[in-house]
Design a protein around this ligand. Sequence first.
Ligand SMILES: Nc1ncnc2c1ncn2[C@@H]1O[C@H](COP(=O)(O)OP(=O)(O)OP(=O)(O)O)[C@@H](O)[C@H]1O
Ligand SMILES: O=C(O)C1=C[C@@H](O)[C@@H](O)[C@H](O)C1
Ligand SMILES: [Mg+2]
Length: 195
Amino acid sequence: MGGRNPGAARRAPEPESLTLARPVFFVGFMGAGKTSVARRLARSCRVASVDMDTYIERREGKRVKDIFAESGEAGFRAIETEVLRELGAKPDPLLVSCGGGVVVTPENHEVFRESGFVVYLHVTADEAASRISDVSTRPLFQNLEAARARAAERLPLYEAVADVTVDTAGKSVFAIAREVQRILEKEGILCPQPK
Ligand SMILES: Nc1ncnc2c1ncn2[C@@H]1O[C@H](COP(=O)(O)OP(=O)(O)OP(=O)(O)O)[C@@H](O)[C@H]1O
Ligand SMILES: O=C(O)C1=C[C@@H](O)[C@@H](O)[C@H](O)C1
Ligand SMILES: [Mg+2]
């Protein structure tokens, strides 16, 4: 009855620790789910992730919207490029959720090409608008018409840097993270931790 140790609680198996062969950059329009998916994947694979917008806010001691207000978009983009280079060069590769506009700076494409694997999360401006509850935190998402135009303008840039594209329409963050995990395993980017 009940095996050798009937009193022992049955624990769920520990998730396997995985490691990244290269940094993985999540790109896509505002609201695509870059931050949410990278965070979810980090938790399920037990790898480290960093969100560029949050990292920039801590480094500068200011909110993104205040950097835009004080230094303009050009000031923000210069910081963004420095941070992207820094994160791409870490000896232990990370999952990096980029800001939505990281692709507008040509130098950033070199960082992607040279050091990383790029996952493009696709979302339409209309779907993104339905996901974002507070656009005041996104200075470049102030109205839907302008966001549609911006998304259309950026589409070829996202496609140019993408190693893989994942459509996020109608999928949960959990399902997208699982889909990305399978891709990264198949590509040999996410590998079992050497014992
Ligand atoms: N697949 C999804 N389905 C429904 N809601 C989502 C999905 N992905 C993200 N969201 C929601 O949309 C909002 C924006 O998500 P998130 O911050 O992850 O996007 P982002 O791509 O990082 O945007 P940004 O470029 O502005 O940083 C959050 O409230 C999040 O919970
Ligand atoms: O799409 C953009 O240009 C931006 C997206 C956000 O993640 C922030 O990086 C900032 O608001 C700019
Ligand atoms: Mg984000």
